[in-house]
Design a protein around this ligand. Structure first.
Ligand code: ATP
Ligand code: MG
Length: 339
């Protein structure tokens, strides 16, 4: 297979002015020009083949955007080696732009003062996009992302969600071999998010686009990515198939219980004692909301019966071993370990 992206022991350390707590210490630190280093990404190694769709996930500050910036050549790594489509991205950004699409959802790049339709025309010329490709990508984007109503409005007058959709369309107009999408669905409503996912799927189907997608909405990943890279404080925690991840980290099912009344301490203890032989964990989100995480071996009917017997239940649902639930648990356990 053809390699699209290669990272070898990749790392990025930021240097920033040292901060200190307290007024005087802060003032002293400010004038002393002392700096400290932050290891945003450490020792990252992976290989992405052409045509793969990879979800890059991790908590806030895990190093996702830093990674994407190194892969696209915006940042120069402090350690290791990176190659995107066979070149060192920071050295050959211009050449790479021709075959790469980039979206930073937090910071749309599309030209501010002119309407999207004009930007699209400019991009067609800039990237010398063949007519048949452009015909497809343009129509696909305009129809799928419903851009028709605001194609002729200067971008600066659009809502964030409208601007984001134009930005995404612009980044894929030249049918790039690789698309880097850093939070492309941020701030979009549920229906538009759905459209964005469909657009990515369609572009990949038509052009075999390699996709690297960063998001906090795990439904984006479930819909579009077959492979996962999970970052935890700058390090790679998991690299493999999404299904494999779900199988490896799934604990079973979770019973989500909404209570009519707050359960008092003796009631909670009685319930927990009764289920002590089952492999379950009780998580009280609020006094009115309990999650019972059941291991694969636990008997869901028995757990449910005990819950109904001890608590005044207003509502009850069972969550499967979904990506969302697994990742929430993983982040929580990561935090616990860090603390
Ligand atoms: N320009 C910078 N200077 C100094 N530190 C930075 C800079 N950019 C990022 N960092 C630090 O590097 C770490 C990783 O940041 P990064 O933006 O890559 O995280 P992220 O995974 O994209 O997070 P989020 O989900 O919030 O977007 C954080 O600790 C952040 O504070
Ligand atoms: Mg980020």
């Amino acid at each position: 297979m053809d390699t699209a992206i290669l990272a070898e022991s990749l790392g990025k350390t930021y240097t920033r002015r040292k901060r200190a707590d307290g007024f005087w210490a802060g003032l002293r630190a400010y004038f002393s020009f002392e700096s400290e280093t932050v290891a945003a990404v450490s020792d990252l190694s992976f290989r992405i083949e052409r045509g793969e769709s990879v979800g890059l996930i991790g908590e806030n500050g895990a190093g996702k955007s830093t990674t994407v910036k190194m892969l696209t050549g915006i940042l120069v790594p402090t350690h290791g080696r990176v190659e995107t489509l066979g070149v060192v991205p920071a050295r050959e950004r211009r050449k790479l732009a021709q075959s790469m699409g980039v979206v930073f959802g937090q910071k749309p790049q599309i030209l501010w003062d002119i309407p999207a339709r004009e930007s699209f025309r400019l991009l067609k010329v800039m990237y010398a996009v063949p007519d048949d490709v452009f015909r497809f990508t343009y129509h696909e984007a305009v129809e799928r992302l419903e851009l028709g109503d605001f194609l002729d409005t200067p971008v600066r007058l659009l809502s964030l969600g409208q601007r984001m959709r134009c930005d995404l369309a612009a980044s894929l107009l030249h049918a790039p071999a690789v698309a880097f999408l850093d939070e492309p669905t941020i701030g979009l409503d549920v229906l538009v998010k759905e459209r964005v996912r469909e657009h990515l799927i369609e572009m990949r189907r038509r052009f075999g686009t390699t996709i690297v997608l960063t998001t906090h909405d795990l439904k984006d990943i479930t819909a579009t990515c077959e492979r996962l890279l999970v970052l935890d404080r700058g390090r790679l925690l998991y690299d493999g198939s999404r299904e494999g991840f779900e199988q490896r980290f799934a604990v079973g099912r979770t019973l989500v219980v909404a209570l009519e009344h707050e359960a008092d301490a003796p009631t909670r203890r009685a319930l927990e004692a009764e289920l002590s032989s089952e492999e379950v964990t009780f998580v009280w989100d609020t006094p009115h909301r309990l999650r019972v995480e059941c291991a694969r071996s636990a008997s869901a009917p028995r757990v449910t019966a005990s819950v109904l017997e001890h608590l005044r239940v207003a509502d009850l649902s069972v969550q499967g071993a979904e990506l969302d639930a697994i990742v929430t648990r993983l982040y929580r356990s990561g935090k616990a370990a860090a603390e």
